[in-house]
Ligand binder design. Structure first.
Ligand SMILES: [Zn+2]
Length: 348
């Protein structure tokens, strides 16, 4: 039986294990929506230019910390974009600079991945070096040469090879979308986990192209069938430590979405937590919400418990039509839950 939540409850400040923060002025605008609701975030490196080396990583982290100055609880967890040319020495330097993860983009799989890895097996030595430095490998798991609905499942055999060849490497298959991916992740060792977004928990392909085309929920990997969404929901609600929250929130200006060549990505940062709370109230429990948003990801990434907590209250609000020049997920609709300003844990 789903648990009817009290009108106000407290949880540790959630973390977001997959987010796009941009640079320069857009970073300064959109970091607020993320840092208002989350304590830590795995920040994707597919900026232009990408985050490739230790100097890039330090510079980008400083830029984010500066932009998030009003949010003392917020810590960006940095990543780098894997190239098959990365040497073991460069990987060690990235680890020493504080990288938490390297991100693998198969070439052409998604936004800014033209400079991704064309032949994944050519990056095997990079994965070896990451395993030696105890870095997490985050993967955009799609084979871009396959039919669009089959791309994620087509990538799964490559994941199995990686797990076989790098038994100590911690791997996160990002933003999973299919029941086969859920099944495989469950069957693999505890070194392998997956993130799930709020939009993949709530939508299917019907919401993107089933009626009028909705460019604001077009993303990669694209939403799939109802049975896939059901498998994701079951995974998020299960007691498995392998499935945790990563929003993949990505602010694209309205003109880049409402466009003949519209960009992939959904801007969920301002509404992710209210929608997840609603989802867990309908299907699960506060304990499940806390596991999915506050506990499993940080355990996988070996992070301490949050020093901050947040209280959520049943205070409905209307999602603005725009945040800056970006149309957010669920623009114009009413969401039920409102979060407080995070506060340090009492006696912590
Ligand atoms: Zn992403």
């Amino acid at each position: 039986m789903p648990e009817h939540f009290p009108d106000t409850f407290r949880i540790p400040l959630p973390d977001d294990f997959h987010v796009h923060l941009r640079q320069d002025e857009p970073l300064r605008v959109y970091v607020h929506d993320l840092a208002s609701s989350f304590g830590r975030a795995i920040v994707m490196p597919n900026t232009t230019p990408p985050i490739r080396n230790a100097a890039d990583l330090r510079r980008y982290r400083d830029e984010i910390i500066d932009a998030a100055a009003g949010y003392p609880w917020f810590t960006p967890l940095m990543t780098f974009k894997i190239a098959e040319s990365h040497s073991a020495g460069q990987v060690r330097q990235l680890a020493a600079a504080g990288a938490y993860a390297g991100k693998l983009y198969p070439q052409g799989a998604t936004t800014n991945s033209e400079d991704g890895v064309p032949d994944i097996r050519a990056a095997w030595p990079v994965f070896e070096a990451m395993q030696d430095s105890d870095l997490v490998l985050c993967i955009h798991g799609e084979d871009p040469t396959s039919f669009v609905l089959d791309r994620e499942d087509a990538f799964l055999p490559v994941l199995e090879e990686m797990v076989r060849d790098f038994p100590r490497l911690r791997i996160v298959l990002e933003h999973i979308t299919t029941s086969r991916a859920v099944e495989l992740i469950r069957s693999l060792p505890d070194t392998v986990a997956a993130t799930i977004t709020v939009h993949h928990l709530l939508l299917t392909l019907d919401d993107v192209v089933g009626g009028f085309l909705n460019p604001h929920v077009f993303c990669k990997p694209i939403m799939k069938r109802p049975e896939d969404r059901a498998a994701l929901a079951e995974a998020a609600l299960s007691a498995s430590p392998k499935f945790f929250f990563g929003s993949d929130s990505a602010p694209h200006p309205v003109g880049a979405k409402e466009n003949a060549c519209g960009c992939a990505g959904v801007y969920t940062a301002p509404v992710a937590m209210p929608l997840l709370i609603d989802f867990f109230e309908r299907h699960g429990s506060i304990a499940g919400l806390r596991e999915f948003c506050c506990e499993r990801g940080r355990r996988f990434y070996r992070l301490p418990e949050s020093d901050y907590e947040v209280s959520y209250s049943r205070k409905p609000w209307t999602v603005p039509e725009r945040y800056g020049v970006v149309v957010p997920f669920r623009a114009g609709s009413t969401v039920v839950w409102t979060g407080s300003r995070p506060e340090p844990v009492q006696g912590g």
